[in-house]
Design a binder for this molecule. Sequence first.
Ligand code: HEC
Length: 157
Amino acid sequence: MKVFLRVLKWLAVAAVCVLVGLQFFRPARTNPVVDQAQTIHARLQMKPQVAAILDRSCQDCHSNTTRWPWYTNVAPVSWFVIDHVNHGRSHMNLSEWGSLDNRQASKKLEEICEEVEDGAMPLESYTRIHWSAKLSSEDIKTLCEWTAAERARIASR
Ligand code: HEC
């Protein structure tokens, strides 16, 4: 019994050391400067409801205005979150929407509707913690009607 407790104690000490050691590996949490003229809000027409859904459920991973809660400073959580944000931004950045040409913008809009209809976005690992980011069927309808309307408008330009 005594030996068992001693082993347990050393295992706990080792675990703490590993956790502390992990903290030295710090990938950067970035929020690149936003040019307001290039954001999706400036580039497309949208009702406040649509803007609210994008801000609430997508901007943390798909914009340069990510909100970083305290735990995103703590490894290994920080590694997963930073990776999701960098990855998300590289696929679609709502703060840099102006860099897309009409064809690309139309394609992204189509993908937005597809991803939310499939339930693939926002990522489940995110909505598990951010309950309010979950989309209702009403939200999904609002988004898809908006993407369809904007695609039609882009096509007619
Ligand atoms: C927790 C982070 C996170 C959130 C929140 C999030 N996404 Fe994503 N999104 C990603 C990542 C990461 C990818 C890259 C593809 C993958 O790994 O599935 C992605 C990919 C996409 C793509 C595919 C783009 C392409 O070029 O293939 C679309 C469209 C998209 N997301 C839309 C949305 C929308 C709309 C919302 C909000 C309703 C949202 N996402 C919320 C992380 C996120």
